[in-house]
Design a protein around this ligand. Structure first.
Ligand SMILES: [Zn+2]
Length: 399
């Protein structure tokens, strides 16, 4: 669907610097060089990925890294400020949905809209859809740079550990107003997941046309101010990293863990039954309390079928995922767990041939201390078996 033809468009030369990830010869000046989003690898906690070459009999660097990196993107600071400390700011999505503010619509429900690399924000009334996916107005990565200024910028900021952060940040929102997974109806949550998935496929396909065939994709929800939610309306986000230079430490750990099990001939998520830590299951999904929680009350969800990428979920799996998230969220509420939560979707990066089985981590917000910052580690206060028993009882009573 070509949207720009049917709606009022913001002229290219009037797009402010880095809005929607757009840098042009009109909005860039040399003083803005330090505001160019950078992807910066920590030289102390990242290293080159080396793969074994059987013909040479040794490990060969493949020009990509793994470990800690930061997206340094000062435009993120231009997001609307909260009016009450400790609360998200007012709902900016309302004006977008009603066609009174500019947006770039990548999908309308599960139908493709404008190209993920579009540089034409439009005003469009989208109330008739359940969920829409837009390009983030204040992203962590650049989506478009005019060719005539790109090389100079590259020369000025890039080095062994630093490059212009290239990628797409998506936001998927329901057109009706909800704040948490406990209050949204299942069909609206399904619509969010479908819209998000279609937009991911669209972005990956368009990136491939531009020669970018490796793309770690990170979908998530930040729910509540303390969990990083700057907007009160429930919405999901996706970070699509198009730098083709590797992935973070946690993703590396996952790939290695899956590989370890695979070389022993099995998939951990296809075979593990999680003993007495199961909280809820239906035909296609199960939820359990992890035995090595990243936060107290950390729940993990996975599909019963071996699914490698979130975009490979079928219709029933998406609908069941929506129900499973809602039931889990409501059960945590009844247990008195904080409502500020992150929902993290782990999926095989596009273009990787790694062995992978998708899963979702539901992580309530918590203050963390030194040891949790020193390493990938957590001191947990509760017995996972007790938490699972309590959640099971709550869910059994409510179903
Ligand atoms: Zn599996």
């Amino acid at each position: 669907m070509n949207i720009t033809r049917q709606a009022e468009t913001l002229p290219y030369d009037q797009i402010p610097f880095m809005h929607w990830g757009i840098i042009t010869k009109y909005n860039f000046t040399s003083e803005k060089i330090r505001y160019i989003p950078r992807k910066r690898w920590d030289p102390l906690s990242s290293a080159e990925i080396r793969l074994y070459d059987p013909t040479l009999g040794r490990l060969i660097p493949i020009g990509k890294r793994r470990g800690h990196f930061s997206y340094v993107s000062p435009v993120r600071g231009a997001r609307p400020e909260p009016q009450t400390p400790g609360k998200p700011s007012k709902d900016v999505f309302k004006n977008i949905i009603e066609g009174r503010d500019y947006a770039i619509f990548i999908t309308l429900d599960d139908v493709r809209g404008d190209n993920p690399f579009s540089v034409s924000p439009v005003m469009l009334d989208v109330k008739k859809y359940r969920a829409v996916t837009i390009s983030n107005r204040f992203p962590a990565m650049v989506r478009h740079i005019d060719e005539e200024i790109e090389e100079k910028i590259r020369k000025d900021i890039e080095d062994e550990y630093t490059k212009i952060a290239l990628g797409i940040n998506l936001v998927t929102l329901p057109t009706k107003y909800y704040e948490t997974l406990s209050e949204i109806p299942a069909n609206d949550l399904s619509a969010i997941i479908k819209s998000m998935n279609v937009s991911i496929d669209y972005c990956v396909e368009e990136a491939r046309k531009r020669g970018i065939d490796l793309a770690p994709v990170y979908p998530f929800f930040n729910i509540g101010f303390m969990a990083g939610g700057s907007q009160p309306r429930l919405h999901s986000q996706v970070y699509i990293d198009l730098n083709m230079d590797g992935h973070g430490a946690f993703m590396e750990n996952l790939l290695q863990a899956f590989e370890e099990k695979y070389s022993s001939g099995y998939c951990y998520l296809c075979t593990s039954r999680h003993d007495d830590r199961i909280v809820y299951e239906n035909e296609t999904w199960m939820v359990w309390v992890t035995s090595s929680p990243r936060r107290n009350f950390h729940l993990r969800l996975t599909t019963k079928r071996h699914v490698e990428r979130i975009t490979n979920l079928g219709e029933k799996e998406i609908n069941d995922l929506a129900k499973t998230l809602i039931i889990s969220s409501q059960a945590l509420d009844r247990l008195g767990v904080t409502r500020d939560r992150n929902i993290l979707f782990y999926s095989n990066p596009f273009g990787y041939s790694s062995f992978f089985h998708i899963f979702v981590d539901l992580i309530p917000f918590e203050r963390i201390g030194g040891i949790e910052n020193l390493d990938s580690c957590r001191v947990s206060r509760y017995s996972p078996e007790d938490v699972a028993m309590e959640l099971r009882n709550i869910i059994e009573k409510s179903l």
